[in-house]
Design a binder for this molecule. Structure first.
Ligand code: SAM
Length: 278
């Protein structure tokens, strides 16, 4: 049966174009168009936005984004086998879908996009965290995007939204929560994908804050949290020893017990500590 946009079902698309999933490209396709529509809706109002989609594959999520009224979609796909299927979608939505056959890690997308921009993607798991860290660490804030709506392994999603004391709390939570508001909006079982991955997945929606949640010295925050969480079981007075002989006094000055461990310390306190350094 043809889908609502007049295009073939995704199972048919995959059969017609012989898109046998490749593990090394992190290919786990979503076949349920109701689900891809739900993910597109979780990204917010798309009608006034350019959408950057990384890894459209056979185009299930791309179709969801266009059906939800995205002003324009820029889809960056590394696997040239997917291009004919994506060209069929572009023909059904004239002037709204641009497909670039490239490695998203190597492409400067800014030249292709007009603000406001939302990023929506079912990311290949092998590059998902790397892309997220890049999008969260631009040279200047605010970044080129307004929001990120991204599929991750559930374990990674939990690391993004974790709070002090949670097992998953660490640098990724601090990086994400310093300048965005991240929320898990959907969790999905392995069977939602073809082929099914080994683990559950979750969609995280991150809305950028116009200014950081707390004032901080960004480079120092990154350095301090790297040291603190690389030895997360150690007391901070010892894991942060390399920050100088006065580290205990600096910790106490911002209300952190020198005997505390990284996993107990809030983002606000890490930010305050970073502000003490030039
Ligand atoms: N969006 C599709 C969906 O939801 O069914 C496919 C998602 S699949 C998890 C990841 C997609 O990213 C694949 O189509 C894969 O070829 C593509 N991909 C993998 N590495 C990439 C890279 N470095 N740059 C761009 N696309 C990549």
């Amino acid at each position: 049966m043809a889908a609502i946009d007049g295009l073939p079902t995704l199972a048919q698309v995959i059969r017609t174009h012989d898109l046998v999933a490749k593990k090394q490209l992190g290919q786990n396709f979503l076949l349920d168009l109701n689900l891809t529509a739900k993910i597109a809706r979780a990204a917010g109002d798309l009608t006034q936005c350019d959408v950057l989609e990384v890894g459209p594959g056979p185009g299930g999520l791309t179709r969801g984004l266009l059906a939800e009224g995205a002003r324009r979609v820029l889809a960056v796909e590394k696997d040239a086998r997917c291009l004919p299927a994506l060209a069929e979608i572009a023909a059904a939505y004239p002037g709204q879908l641009e497909v670039v056959n490239a490695d998203a890690l190597a492409l400067d997308v800014s030249a292709y996009l007009t603000p406001p921009v939302r990023v929506v993607a079912n990311l290949p798991y092998n590059i998902g965290t790397e892309l997220l860290v890049r999008w969260l660490s631009p040279d200047e804030w605010p970044p080129f995007w307004q929001s990120l709506t991204l599929m991750f392994q559930k374990e990674v999603a939990q690391r993004i939204v974790a709070k002090p004391g949670d097992k998953a709390y660490g640098r990724l939570a601090l990086l994400a929560q310093w300048r965005t508001d991240p929320r898990i909006v959907l969790t999905l079982p392995p069977e939602a994908f073809s082929p099914a991955p080994k683990v559950h997945s979750a969609v995280v929606h991150l809305t950028r804050l116009e200014a950081p949640r707390y004032p901080a010295n960004g480079a120092m925050l990154s350095r301090i949290t790297a040291m603190a969480f690389n030895q997360r079981r150690k007391m901070l007075r010892s894991s942060l020893k390399a920050m100088g002989p006065d580290i205990e006094a600096r910790l106490e000055a911002v209300g952190i017990a020198p005997t505390a461990r990284a996993e107990e310390i809030s983002l606000e306190k890490f930010c305050a500590l970073s502000m003490g350094y030039p």
